[in-house]
Design a protein around this ligand. Structure first.
Ligand code: MG
Length: 161
């Protein structure tokens, strides 16, 4: 492997369900509903993992962590992200920079950016300034606007270790 700088993109979406924990970028937010999934359903972290795997040409998180595997039930997605970073390291790659955009109608995300950036950066071996987060509502449109779910996109840049 090895080589120059590479870029990958990732996407994820999860359904919202009342009473679930809402975990975004490794940070638990106080909210009346949370994301439903086999793991903690951290949609931001999942998009980041897919972007990293894509950059390295290693497929996606569905291949790396099958949701049929009971070992991943309720999994902490930050721990899964660390496993992705180790997998990349094994192939000679390290993260250089990550950018993620979350689509969520509620709650307000911006107050949580610093904690989310610090948490993701810690798992990625990056500085918080190398991990950007953005969030947008969809002005009430679609499944995000109806608060049926949230979605996230991410882009990751990786380079040789
Ligand atoms: Mg997911």
């Amino acid at each position: 492997m090895g080589g120059g700088v590479r870029v990958g993109q990732g996407f994820d979406a999860h359904r919202l369900e009342p009473g679930r924990r809402l975990v975004l970028g490794g940070v638990e937010l106080a909210h009346e509903a949370g994301l439903l999934g086999h793991s903690d359903a951290d949609v931001v972290t999942h998009a980041v993992m897919d972007a990293l795997l894509a950059a390295a040409g290693l497929g996606d998180i569905g291949q790396m962590f099958p949701d049929t595997d009971p070992a991943h039930a309720g999994a902490d997605s930050i721990a899964l992200l660390k496993a992705v970073v180790e997998r990349l390291a094994g192939e000679g790659w390290r993260p250089l920079q990550v950018s993620a955009t979350l689509l969520a109608q509620r709650p307000k995300i911006a107050p949580h950016y610093p904690a989310m950036r610090a948490c993701l950066a810690g798992a990625l071996g990056l500085e918080p300034g190398e991990v950007n987060l953005a969030a947008s509502t969809t002005e009430g449109l679609g499944f995000v606007g109806r608060e049926e779910g949230m979605a996230a996109w991410a882009t990751a840049q990786i380079g040789p270790r």
